[in-house]
Design a protein around this ligand. Sequence first.
Ligand code: SAH
Length: 485
Amino acid sequence: MSRRRCAQDHRDTRGAIRLNGRFMLVSITSTTPDATDLGFLLHKHPDRVRSVDVGFGRAHVFYPEATSQRCTATLFVEIDPIALSRRQGGRQSRLLEPYVNDRPYVASSMLSVALGRLYRTALSGTCDARPELVSERLDLEVDLPVLPLRGDEDLLRRLFEPLGYQVESAPIPLDEQFGAWGDSVYCSVRLSGRHTVRSTLEHLYVLLGVLDDRKHYWIGENEIDKLLRRGGDWLPSHPESELISRRFLRYGRFAREALARLAESGEDTDSLDERSDEVEQAAERRISLGEQRHESVLEAVRALGGGKVVDLGCGEGRLLQRLVTEPSVTEVLGVDVSVGALEQAERRLGLDEMSERRRERINLLQGALTYSDDRLRGYDIATVVEVIEHVDSERLGMLAEVVFGHAAPAAVVLTTPNREYNTNFEHLSSAGFRHRDHRFEWTRDEFAAWAHGIEDRFGYSVEISGIGPGDPVCGPPTQMAVFSR
Ligand code: SAH
C-alpha cells in the first residue's frame, strides 16, 4: 500500500466513523518477498475472507493486497451494538458503560481481543504449513487508522520505538470541514520494523490496550491471562515496562484478578511492577509460587524414584515440561478434562517437533478424574497439582476413588492452596478464593483430615509439607501431601 493509499484508507475509515461509528481495524503488511508468506504465518489464506464471532461483534480478516512484493492482511472488527447492549444485562454491565461512546471504532482493547482470536495460532508461534517461517524476521508495516492517543504521541513512540519500530503518526482533525475545531484525540499511525510476525502481534496485543488507557472491555479473565502472557518475552526488558504494567493494573477488578491468578500460576511476570512496593512484593511472592510448586513436586517425584508418572489435571503442561526432561522419569502421561488446556500443553511441549526418542516417553489424554479410567492404571507416581480445589466437594469422594482406589499408583503427590494464607493476598474471588474456579480452599487442618481419611480408606501413608515462603501464623501458601503405599 502506498503512502497515498494508506492516507486514503485512513480518510475512508474516518468517513466510516462519521457514518456509523462501528468499525475498527488494523492492517499488517509484509514487504519481504515472497510477501504472501504472510498468509501462511497468519494462517489465513489471502484469497479468502475469514470471519469469527468475537462476542461484541464480528471480526474479519481479508487481504486488500497480496503480491509477492507486498501483502497486506487487514483485520476489521464490526461491532454489534445489540450484542454490546445485551451484555449490559449480564454481570459485565458496569464494565460496559464506558464503551458506548468511542469503543466501537477505535483500535482499543477490543481490537486486542479480536487479534487474539483471529491470530491465535500465529500468536502461539505455530505455522504447520511452513514452520521455518515462524522465526523469520520480515519487513512489516502496521497501519492503525484510528488510535486513541489523546495528544500523547510521545507515549506511542516510547512504547514502540524501543521494540524497534519506526513510528509515524498524524492527528485526525475533529472535523475536516471545520479545521478551527482542532484535532480529535485520535491519530492515524504507521509502525514499521523488521520483526517476526509473532512478535509484532504480541506487541500489538499488549500495547493497543495500554494506549487505550481506559477501562477495558474484556470478554473474560482468560483474555487478560493471554494479554499478560503475551508480554513475557519482551516486556521485562522494555524501558516502559513499569508504565505498561501500571496501566494494566488500573483496569479494574478483572485485570487485578487476572494478574493475581497469573502470578499465582507461575507465569513469568517479573516486569509486572505495581503501584506500590508493598503490592509489588506481594505479587513477587505469588509470581514464584507456581514455579516453586512444580519444583517441589519434581523433587518429591525424584525422591520417590521417578519411573512412570501420570500428571492428573495437567492443565497447560508446565509440570509435564519439567517431567519430560527429568532423568529419573521414564514415561509421562498428562491428563486433563479440558481440550483447550491439552492443546496448549501440546504446543508448549512442542510434541510435533520433539525427537522420536522423547516423543515416545510422553502422551496426553483427555479424561475426567471423577470417572474410573483403566488408562490411568499402571503408573508409579501420580501428580495432582492444584486440581482438587477445582472439583465440587461432593464429587471429591469420587475423585479419591478414581485416583487412589482405581488408578492406584504406588505414590501420589498432591497439592492444594492453604486457605489460611489467603490473608496475604490482596485480590481474591468473591467467594474469598484465589481463583474464581475454585470450589473450596482448605485450611491446614481440613487438608490433613482429608489426607488421613485417604490413608485409612485406600491404604496409603501420607506426609504433609508446605510449599512457598511460610508465615508463622498462617503457614505456607501451598500445602503438599505425598501419599505412598
Ligand atoms: N496441574 C496444573 C494445572 C492446575 S489448574 C498446574 O499445576 O499448572 C487445574 C486443572 O485441573 C485445569 O487444567 C482443569 O481443566 C483440570 N481439571 C479440573 N477438574 C478436572 C477433572 N474433574 N478432571 C480432570 N481435570 C480436571
